[in-house]
Structure formats: structure tokens, C-alpha cells
Design a protein around this ligand. Structure first.
Ligand code: DC
Length: 224
């Protein structure tokens, strides 16, 4: 069967990763969490106290950052220099710096290069902010997810609580809105809907309903 690339973009906490994981599982495709890669870089800069406003320091640090993914007990885990940092990169202190770090062109170049290599054989579902526009502009299916901001905040709140991460609802909402603002207004690869992307508003959809909608779109592309 034809193997395609599914590109999913959208604002923070729109349910992109839930949809991407569901699709990857149903289709037996790889899942690429590009946000985790920007989070891993941010985690490294903060832990190593690298001034990310200093271009030379960023260039030097990027040479020491190696990111890979492993599946452990059915979970997609992000590794930075062979250490599992999946839990740490979801913490608020990382979320608070990840959007500014993602505006740095040198960081984006390095991440996009790796992402394109991971998708070279197709059969991949990738989610992020620039997947349909920059990383895989030739993806057969592009989805742009949207959802009401209060619904997104509640989902993130539940998700963090399930991981044992304690965060205030108002702080989460402020962080989402601030990241949306930075991610869509940055000069390099701003978040925007690709012209050929299909919009899915999942405010009132269950996970299963959103998955079924997307699977129907995949089927159309594979059959065409
Ligand atoms: O999907 P996420 O919330 O884990 O992403 C974290 C941040 O990474 C997001 O605020 C912007 C950045 N990002 C990006 O700039 N480009 C991507 N393809 C994915 C994420």
C-alpha cells in the first residue's frame, strides 16, 4: 500500500499529538513529535546555562545536542544525548522558554534537517508548527487543527496532572496564549495554515471522532 506523509500543524495544545499518535498507531506509521525536539534543545540550553541570545554560543551548543526517540512501554520517549528527558521537557519551566528558543534560525535549521531525514522514507505522521509549510511541503495530507482556547487549557491541565505535574489553570492558559503569539508572529517559519491543508476544529469532537475524520482523509489520499 502507498505510504504517505501526514503533516499536522496547529496552535499549542490543540490535540495534535493525540491525533498524530492515533493515526500512527492505526496506520503502523512512525510518529515524529517535532515539538519535543525544540523542547529538548530548550532543556539543554537552560540546564547548561547557555545564553540563547548569543548566536556563537547557540552554534557551539548545537554541536553537542543529539536527539533521538525510543518507544518504551508503548510510550514515545525523547532522548537527549542518550538520556530519557521525556518527563522533564513537559515541565512549565521548559514551556516558558521553548517559544523564544524556537524563533532562532540556527536551531530551526538543525531541527528541520533531522526531521526531513526521519521522513525520507515516508510512512510518517509528524506534528508541529511548520510541518506542512517548511518541513514536509510535499506531504500528501496536511491537517491544520484548531480548538477553543479554554478547551485547550483544560486539556493541557488534565494532561499535566496525569503526568504528576502541578500547574495552575491560569498559568497554563497564559503560557498557551503567549506561545501562540510568538509561534505565529516569528520571522522564521511562523505557524500558519498551508494553503492545501484541511482545517479540523476539534473543540466539540471526541478523540475517536477526530481520529475517524482524519483516517477518512488519509484513505482518500492513499486511494487517489
Ligand atoms: O508542540 P509543543 O507544544 O510541544 O511545541 C513546543 C514549542 O516548540 C512550540 O511552542 C513552538 C515550537 N515548535 C516549533 O517552533 N516548530 C515545530 N515544528 C514544533 C514546535
Amino acid at each position: 500500500m502507498k505510504r504517505i506523509i501526514v503533516a499536522i500543524d496547529g496552535f499549542s495544545s490543540c490535540g495534535k499529538s493525540t491525533l498524530a499518535k492515533g493515526l500512527a498507531k492505526s496506520l503502523h506509521y512512525a510518529y515524529l513529535d517535532t515539538g519535543a525536539m525544540y523542547r529538548a534543545v530548550t532543556f539543554y540550553f537552560l540546564r547548561q546555562q547557555i545564553d540563547y541570545n548569543d548566536p556563537a554560543a547557540v552554534d557551539e551548543a548545537l554541536n553537542h545536542i543529539h536527539i533521538h526517540f525510543e518507544r518504551i512501554d508503548g510510550q514515545n520517549c525523547t532522548f537527549l544525548n542518550d538520556r530519557n528527558i521525556e518527563h522533564d521537557i513537559r515541565e512549565m519551566w521548559v514551556s516558558e522558554h521553548v517559544s523564544p528558543v524556537s524563533t532562532i534560525s540556527a536551531v530551526r535549521r538543525a531541527m528541520v534537517h533531522q526531521q526531513q531525514a526521519m521522513g525520507a522514507r515516508r510512512g510518517i505522521v509528524a506534528d508541529g508548527r511548520d510541518i506542512g509549510t517548511v518541513v514536509f511541503p510535499d506531504a500528501e495530507l496536511k491537517i491544520f487543527l484548531i480548538a477553543d482556547v479554554d478547551v485547550r487549557t483544560s486539556r493541557r491541565h488534565l494532561e499535566l496532572a496525569a503526568k504528576g505535574i502541578d500547574a495552575e489553570w491560569d498559568d497554563i492558559k497564559k503560557n498557551l496564549e503567549e506561545r501562540d503569539r510568538i509561534d505565529s508572529s516569528r520571522a522564521d517559519s511562523p505557524l500558519r495554515k498551508a494553503d492545501d491543508a484541511v482545517v479540523i476544529d476539534n473543540t466539540l469532537l471526541s478523540e475517536q471522532q477526530q481520529l475517524e475524520k482524519a483516517l477518512a482523509l488519509v484513505k482518500e489520499k492513499i486511494d487517489s
